[in-house]
Design a protein around this ligand. Structure first.
Ligand SMILES: Cc1cc2nc3c(=O)[nH]c(=O)nc-3n(C[C@H](O)[C@H](O)[C@H](O)COP(=O)(O)O)c2cc1C
Length: 202
């Protein structure tokens, strides 16, 4: 895998092509790459629910928009966050038009007071697969964005999609579309040397 793919796969929102369909075959091919990811005890707890039906997408988008607005309320973004914020709003406003919404779920539901190691194993057994999926999409000219704003309405969305809430936890939603042309560069990040310590926390 190329350094270029790893450093330029961004959260694509405004570059999602809302007019062209996404093939099921492509989604399944990328999910086959997603499931090569590691998981705790190799449990492979991931389950994927892909929503392409227009009316269902609209209902999910309504929950997403409410969750997104709640996340923002009372927060003053830093100047360097304004671009991301506008892009986030764009996605919230257009989510129902994105050709495929991939809901990423995990079998099981953690008790409220779970130990740090159980939490790490539960969440950490899903997110590597999500990132594999996003990289595989990008390699095929498809764009995506890892989202969680809808999870404030996890129960409502479970009811909508007949997901058994007590047995299955929703952990992310990945809207997928073909990518519109544009330039991709590495993001501005604090260099690793600034956030890395050696031998002790100092
Ligand atoms: C756990 C997690 C949750 C996220 N939730 C959302 C979300 O609900 N909506 C959204 O637009 N972006 C979401 N993002 C994307 C981040 O905003 C994005 O990764 C970050 O701003 C860096 O931008 P980049 O991915 O383009 O480099 C999420 C990312 C992560 C890792």
């Amino acid at each position: 895998m190329s350094t270029e793919l790893l450093t330029t796969t961004r959260s694509f929102r405004r570059r999602l092509d809302l007019t062209r369909p996404v093939e099921r075959r492509d989604l399944l091919e990328c999910l086959d790459i997603a499931v090569q990811a590691p998981s705790g005890s190799n449990r492979q707890p991931w389950r994927f629910l892909i929503v392409q039906d227009g009316e269902t997408k609209q209902q999910i988008a309504d929950y997403y928009r409410k969750g997104f607005a709640a996340n923002l309320s009372g927060r003053t973004p830093r100047p360097d966050q304004l671009g991301d914020l506008a892009s986030g709003r764009y996605l919230a406003d257009h989510l129902a038009e994105v050709p495929a919404l991939v809901l990423v779920c995990s079998l099981g539901r953690l008790p409220a007071a779970s130990s740090p190691s159980r939490l790490a194993s539960f969440y950490g057994s899903i997110y590597p697969a999500v990132w594999n999926f996003m990289l595989a999409l990008r390699e095929r000219g498809l764009g995506s964005c890892l989202t969680t704003a809808h999870l404030a309405y996890e129960r409502e969305i479970a009811d909508l999609l007949a997901i058994p809430f007590d047995e299955v936890t929703q952990l992310a939603m990945v809207p997928v579309a073909r990518l519109l042309p544009g330039s991709d560069g590495p993001a501005r990040r604090a260099p690793a040397a600034e956030v890395t310590m050696w031998d002790r926390w100092a």
